[in-house]
Design a protein around this ligand. Structure first.
Ligand code: SF4
Length: 466
């Protein structure tokens, strides 16, 4: 039964797209490998744009190398620049890994990057080389999330070995914040689990203070751990959409696309468990019960009490939230998680918008809302100007998404609750918590306080109690 209305914003030109570039997502993943330098095979401007976005959000120095395409390279191919680029990176950084993603230009001219890597290895047999990984990331075929998951699969496929070295859980949490990753690691440790979490940019993109500049920041999933990823007893991945959508053209070409967990299941017999991003009580309960099943441990009392406090807060805060109307936008798996949470707390989602075009969003939102939201609009392939055109009719009370939607919230004079990536206009985007009972509690408090503040600021009476 179709209960939500879904449509696609199929514009010839996009105005302020509700998505980012695919190599950006891949670069975030490569920053989550220890000793790794991301490299863009393409024009300098692509690397500059990606660096600018990541530095602004994470407030950290971010080095992204580029093979620096020119007119000549575009016509005759980029192998010379590629080889020179790899040489320079090795000389300047001495990295353990170089993560190469392909920009639109190199994809358009059909660069055979796997071939270039093979050639480079063949002519450089006289010295130890770093691992060279390639993720194919044409932005015209997908979003930053497609690029992110493509890089996760490419890395897993490059490192996984047949050798049985360990007995642990793999966890692929997707594009969450560094603070979320730290929280996740605490939870896994409290369940006494041996695990390999990938990608882990909790330190590399949110460093402690350094007394001396580090060319490659400490932290990240180690190559040793990545090599044992094929001998795990199970994988757990967050996300219902992941990269099952457009990047490899699965739907168009009837080609099978694997998520990292599914790839390991097929190639290494590692059972894959997929759950949503654990935002809200329902999805977090699923996560904790999966951990109980995998570890054989009961949920530690600490987390049971976090859950109890969250339910108490839901009861206390209901009167401020019930019936409020929200617009939610951003990455598909993130918006699915947020909508699931809003359903629990009595906020009515009236528009879900994403730049993603997996073709799965409508079904997932309908499932998440149990088909109860008859007037909920689900828009794929969206841009912010289209959201802006729709909001006057929809009359939302609040918006939830990244900072790119701020100008719409400002025009409407309504609160914007910042989640996800990028957060360019606030401090601490890398430390926003979204997941688990704790992250949900923080999100819940932020939403309520934004609405209380809005009411207070617009009241003719300067009241001091609520
Ligand atoms: S040209 Fe393509 S790869 Fe480069 S910044 Fe633009 S979208 Fe990203």
């Amino acid at each position: 039964m179709e209960t939500t209305k879904t449509t696609s914003a199929s514009f010839i030109s996009t105005r302020n797209a509700c998505k980012l570039c695919a190599p950006l997502g891949a670069s975030v993943v490569f920053k989550g490998i220890r000793g790794c330098i991301p490299m863009i095979h393409g024009s300098q401007g692509c690397a500059t744009y990606i660096r600018r976005y990541m530095i602004s959000h994470y407030k950290e120095p971010v080095d992204i190398a580029s093979s620096n395409f020119s007119e000549e390279t575009t016509i005759f191919g980029g192998n010379k620049n590629f080889n020179q680029g790899i040489d320079n990176i090795i000389q300047q950084y001495n990295p353990e890994v170089i993560g190469i993603s392909s920009a639109c230009l190199s994809e358009t001219i059909g660069e055979d990057i796997s071939g270039l890597i093979h050639e480079y290895r063949c002519v450089n047999t006289d010295k130890p080389l770093p691992f060279l990984i390639h993720a194919s990331t044409p932005s015209y075929q997908g979003t930053h999330i497609d690029g992110f998951h493509e890089a996760v699969v490419a890395t897993v496929a490059a490192f996984a070995t047949e050798e049985k070295v360990g007995n642990h859980l793999n966890i692929f949490p997707g594009f969450i914040s560094p603070e979320d990753i730290r929280h996740l690691k605490d939870i896994l440790t409290d369940f006494k689990l041996d695990y390999v979490l990938f990608p882990d940019y909790s330190d590399t993109l949110d460093n402690p203070h350094w007394s001396e500049y580090q060319l490659i920041p400490e932290g990240g999933t180690s190559p040793e751990d990545l090599k044992r990823i094929g001998s795990a007893y199970a994988s757990l991945e967050f996300g219902y959409v992941l990269n099952k959508g457009s990047l490899q053209g699965r739907v168009k070409n009837n080609k099978m696309v694997f998520t990292a967990g599914k790839w390991l299941e097929k190639n290494f017999d590692v059972p894959c468990n997929s759950i949503g991003i654990p935002i809200g009580i329902n999805e977090t309960d699923k996560f904790f019960s999966k951990l109980e099943e995998i570890s054989g441990e009961t949920t530690p009392i600490y987390y049971q009490r976090e859950r109890g406090r969250l339910i108490d807060a839901y009861v206390d805060g209901h009167k401020y939230l019930f019936g409020k109307r929200a617009i939610v936008y951003g990455e598909e798996d993130l918006v699915i998680g947020i909508v699931s949470f809003l359903e629990e707390i009595g906020i009515e989602t009236i528009l879900v918008a994403s730049g993603g075009e997996s073709g799965m969003l409508q079904d997932e939102i309908t499932r998440t809302t149990n088909g109860n939201r008859k007037d909920l609009l689900v828009m794929k392939g969206m841009d912010f100007e289209s959201i802006n055109d729709m909001v006057d009719v929809l009359k939302p009370d609040l918006m939830i998404g990244n900072s790119k939607g701020y100008y719409i919230a400002r025009r409407l004079g309504i609160p914007l609750i910042r989640v996800g990536f990028p957060i360019h206009d606030r401090f601490g985007g890398q430390r926003i918590q979204h997941i688990g009972y704790k992250g949900t509690q923080q999100l819940f408090d932020r939403i309520i306080n934004a609405l209380i503040e809005f009411k207070q600021e617009h009241s003719p009476v300067g009241y001091k109690y609520i």
